[in-house]
Design a protein around this ligand. Structure first.
Ligand SMILES: Cc1cc2nc3c(=O)[nH]c(=O)nc-3n(C[C@H](O)[C@H](O)[C@H](O)COP(=O)(O)OP(=O)(O)OC[C@H]3O[C@@H](n4cnc5c(N)ncnc54)[C@H](O)[C@@H]3O)c2cc1C
Length: 444
C-alpha cells in the first residue's frame, strides 16, 4: 500500500512538473498571439501560461476594458449591477501572467504567410501560434433607417452603457426586435428601468433557437403575464425617424408602431471579417478540427467564432455559450502549447429563468426529421410542467424542460455520455428523480 501511495505521489508530482514547468530554450520560445479578450481568449491565455512560462503571449482586443462577463451586461442595463461588478479579472491580471496587451485596437487583417496580424492603428504583430477568439458581431436588419440614433445592439459593455444613457433622456417606449436570449435580456433590463417594452419576433414563438413550439408558447405566456408585449410573426421593414432619432418601426404587414428607442437582438455573426485574405476555411465561423486548429496549421479558433465539433449533431456547429467558450479556449491553448489534446465536442445547453418560469434545454431540441428520431413528451397543464425527450438510436440526444429543471443536469449528462437507454426511456419521461433509476456507474 505504501509503495502504491508513493507511486501515485511521484506520478502526480511529475505531471504537475510537466504542466507547470515546461521551460523553453531560447530557440523554442514561441510567440503566442490571441485575438480577443473575451472568455475564450482569457481561458486560452491562462492555460498557455500554466504550460509555458517563458514564451511571449500577446492579447489584442478592439475593446479597451479588462475582461468582463458578457452574459451580465443586461444587468448593467437593468441597473442591478454596475459595470465594475461584472469584471472577471483584476486589473493586474495581464501583468501577473506576463501578458502583453494591445487593448482598444482592432485587427484589420491576418497574413498567414508572413505570420503577421495588422491593426487599424497601423501596427503589426508577429506570431508563431495564433488563436482567433474574436467572438461575434450583432446582426442588423439592413433596412431603411438603421443608422438613426437610439437604435442599439446589446453585445458589449459600451452598448449597455449607451442604452442606460439613452434611458435617462425621456425614453417611455422601447421596441426590442428579436426573441432570442439577447432580445429577452434587453427587454428585461428595460422593463426594470420602468420603460414600456414591446418585443417583435419574426418566428412563431420566442427563443426559437433553443425552445420547441410548446415550451415557446409557455414562455410567451410568462412574458405577457409580466407586462411585456410580445408579438410573433412580426418583421421590421423600416425604421422611422425624427430629428435624426428613431421614432418608430414600420412592420412588413404595414403596421407602424411608435417608440423612443429600439434594441436589435436578431442574432449574431462570427467576427471573421479580418480573415478574408488568409484562405482559411470559413463556413459561418472558422471551421476547426478536434484540436481546434483551423485549415491553416498554427491558427486555432475558440468560442463564438469557432465552428467546432458538436457532440450530438455529429457535425461542426457554433454553440455560442459561455461554458463552451471557456472549454474551447482551454483545449485550443493546450494544443497551441504542444500538449496534443482532443476536444470531445460541444453541446448546446441553456438554463433560463423567465420571471417565475424555469426553462432548460440541451442538445437537439427540434429534430430535422421524424425518421431517425423518437420524441416523447409529457405536459401537466395545471402545473405548467412540460418535458420533451428526443432519442436517436436509443440514446438521449435532446431535451426541453419547463418548470421541472431541478435534476435537468442529470439528463444533460446522459445526452453527453451517449448511453443506450432502451427500457429507461418511459421512466425518464415519467420521473423527475433520475438518479435512482440510473445504474450507479452512470451517476456523475
Ligand atoms: C447580452 C448577452 C447575454 C448572454 N447571456 C448568456 C448566458 O446567459 N449564458 C451563456 O452561456 N452565454 C450567454 N451569452 C453568450 C456569451 O456571452 C458568449 O458565448 C461568450 O461571451 C463568448 O465568448 P468569446 O470569448 O468567444 O467572445 P466574446 O466575449 O465576444 O469576445 C470577443 C473578443 O474579441 C474582440 N474582437 C472582436 N473582433 C475583433 C477585432 N477585429 N480586433 C480585435 N479584437 C476583436 C472583442 O473585443 C472581444 O474582446 C450572452 C451574450 C450576450 C451578448
Amino acid at each position: 500500500m505504501a509503495i502504491f501511495t508513493e507511486v501515485i505521489r511521484i506520478l502526480k508530482q511529475k505531471s504537475s512538473e510537466i504542466k507547470n514547468h515546461i521551460k523553453c530554450s531560447e530557440e523554442e520560445q514561441m510567440k503566442y498571439l490571441i485575438i480577443g479578450n473575451g472568455i475564450a481568449g482569457v481561458s486560452a491565455a491562462e492555460t498557455i501560461r500554466s504550460i509555458d512560462q517563458d514564451s511571449d503571449i500577446t492579447m489584442v482586443s478592439k475593446e479597451k476594458t479588462p475582461p468582463y462577463s458578457r452574459p451580465l451586461i443586461s444587468y448593467v442595463v437593468s441597473g442591478e449591477l454596475k459595470d465594475a461588478e461584472i469584471i472577471i479579472r483584476d486589473a493586474d491580471f495581464y501583468e501577473k501572467l506576463g501578458i502583453n496587451t494591445q487593448l482598444g485596437k482592432r485587427v484589420l487583417k491576418v497574413d498567414a504567410d508572413q505570420k503577421k496580424v495588422f491593426l487599424e492603428s497601423g501596427e503589426s504583430i508577429e506570431w508563431d501560434r495564433l488563436l482567433v477568439a474574436s467572438g461575434a458581431d450583432p446582426r442588423l436588419p439592413g433596412v431603411e433607417g438603421t443608422n438613426l440614433e437610439n437604435i442599439f445592439t446589446l453585445r458589449n459593455i459600451k452598448d449597455a452603457k449607451k442604452i442606460v444613457s439613452c434611458c435617462k433622456h425621456h425614453v417611455k417606449k422601447a421596441i426590442v426586435l428579436g426573441g432570442g436570449l439577447v432580445g429577452f435580456k434587453a427587454a428585461y433590463g428595460l422593463l426594470k428601468r420602468g420603460v414600456e417594452v414591446s418585443i417583435f419576433i419574426t418566428s412563431p414563438y420566442p427563443l426559437s433557437q433553443v425552445a420547441d413550439e410548446q415550451s415557446g408558447i409557455l414562455i410567451m405566456e410568462a412574458l405577457r403575464d409580466h407586462g411585456l408585449k410580445v408579438e410573433v410573426g412580426r418583421t421590421v421593414e423600416a425604421f422611422e425617424g425624427r430629428d435624426g432619432k428613431v421614432s418608430g418601426v414600420v412592420l412588413k404587414d404595414g403596421d407602424a408602431v411608435k417608440c423612443d428607442m429600439v434594441v436589435v437582438g436578431k442574432g449574431v455573426d462570427p467576427a471573421v471579417d479580418f480573415l478574408g485574405e488568409t484562405g482559411i476555411r470559413l463556413n459561418r465561423g472558422v471551421v476547426v478540427n478536434t484540436r481546434l486548429e483551423s485549415s491553416i496549421p498554427g491558427i486555432y479558433a475558440a468560442g463564438d467564432v469557432a465552428e467546432a465539433p458538436d457532440i450530438v449533431w455529429r457535425e461542426n456547429r457554433i454553440n455560442a455559450i459561455w461554458p463552451v467558450a471557456v472549454e474551447q479556449g482551454r483545449i485550443a491553448a493546450m494544443n497551441m502549447a504542444g500538449l496534443v489534446t482532443s476536444y470531445v465536442g460541444s453541446l448546446a445547453r441553456n438554463v433560463i429563468r423567465i420571471f417565475d418560469l424555469d426553462f432548460m434545454s440541451g442538445g437537439i431540441v427540434n429534430p430535422p426529421d421524424e425518421k431517425d428520431y423518437e420524441i416523447r413528451t409529457s405536459y401537466d397543464e395545471r402545473k405548467k410542467k412540460y418535458k420533451k425527450l428526443v432519442f436517436r438510436e436509443e440514446c438521449l440526444v435532446g431535451m426541453v424542460l419547463v418548470n421541472c429543471i431541478d435534476q435537468g443536469g442529470v439528463l444533460l449528462n446522459l445526452v453527453s455520455q451517449g448511453r443506450k437507454l432502451r427500457n429507461l426511456k418511459k421512466t425518464l419521461l415519467r420521473t423527475e428523480d433520475y438518479y435512482p433509476v440510473l445504474e450507479t456507474s452512470w451517476r456523475v
